[in-house]
Design a protein around this ligand. Structure first.
Ligand code: ZN
Length: 314
């Protein structure tokens, strides 16, 4: 494996973090060769991109060995008040990491889609008692490893926890990604995922799927639930709808930017209603996104039990 086979491989903390790293295609062991990793089983070569290993199979993945840089936030996005707000994630992450640390000596937590720090995750990432493995398909200063979540390049049971915030909607096959999360988790590990329900297209072409609360729960049916519920609320959902309504009048990129700017200036305040609204049962029918926090389960959740667990008011 990377860090344990090749004599040229320096014995650094990075290698400790990378324990269990393997070929994303055949899960064979990797050796370092110059500025690349080679699979000892199938001979595939994985180059370094931006100084980090790119464990992406360019045949299967839509992301090759030359992935684009992470999308930069526009000037308006940095200067104007945001339409988006997440009233639950910071506290969820605090409790999630607290439990991971309580249950494991030094938990290894894999972050999928970690090129940018997820909403509410910043404080938790400062926990020095955790080995954070931040991965994405985009290079960024935070990305320790480039990988495609459909083919996680780690051996079975490599992690104490996995985080996938605002990731599954951008994957072509979310069920496959969730099964990969299940595979790389230790039996008593934990997953934390947030996925949109009422949100318009973002990230352009790389946006495919939305989930109701129960649809999201069924996606994680091979997990037992610790907690789940609305993350981003109906206020944000309305703000995004208002933005999508205004941008519908635009004929091109410039008009869209102007419409989005007007939306921000007129609807940013709606998210401030969400700390109140996400606690109401109706949010299960109209939230902007949902979270799921759970552990691998030996048996899938029965669909009748799934339906009986509806929490909305319809
Ligand atoms: Zn291989």
């Amino acid at each position: 494996m990377f860090g344990s086979v090749s004599p040229e491989s320096p014995s650094t903390e990075v290698n400790v973090n990378m324990a269990g790293l393997c070929c994303p295609v055949c899960r064979g062991a990797l050796v370092r060769e110059a500025a690349a990793l080679r699979c000892m089983a199938c001979d595939r070569i994985y180059p370094e991109v931006g100084g980090v290993p790119c464990l992406i199979d360019p045949v299967v993945s839509v992301f090759g060995h030359n992935p684009p840089p992470a999308p930069a936030a526009s000037l308006a996005a940095r200067l104007l008040p945001a339409l988006s707000g997440n009233p639950v994630s910071a506290d969820n992450y605090r409790r999630f990491v607290q439990l991971a640390v309580a249950e494991n000596d030094r938990p290894r937590i894999l972050i999928l889609g970690g090129a940018a720090v997820g909403k509410g995750l910043g404080a938790a990432l400062g926990d020095s008692g955790v080995d954070w493995i931040e991965t994405d398909v985009f290079p960024s200063p935070r990305t320790l490893l480039l990988c495609d979540a459909h083919q996680v390049p780690f051996e079975d049971s490599s992690f104490d926890a996995v985080i996938a915030q605002a990731v599954l909607e951008h994957t072509l096959d979310p069920q496959l990604v969730v099964s990969e999360i299940h595979r790389v988790l230790k039996p008593h590990g934990m997953v934390y995922a947030e996925t949109p329900f009422m949100q318009q297209v973002h990230a352009g072409a790389h946006d495919f799927t939305r989930y109701t609360h129960l649809g999201h729960r069924r996606l994680f049916r091979f997990f037992e639930e610790i907690e789940s519920g609305p993350a981003c609320g109906p206020g944000m959902a309305l703000a995004w709808s208002w933005q999508a309504f205004l941008t519908s009048f635009a004929g091109g990129h410039r008009g869209r930017r102007i419409a989005a700017l007007i939306a921000r200036l007129t609807a940013f305040w709606l998210k401030y209603l969400d700390p109140f609204l996400v606690r109401r049962a109706a949010a299960y029918d109209g939230a902007s996104s949902f979270y799921f926090w759970g552990r691998p389960a030996p048996e899938p959740l029965d669909d009748r039990d799934l339906i009986a667990s509806y929490r909305g008011i319809q």
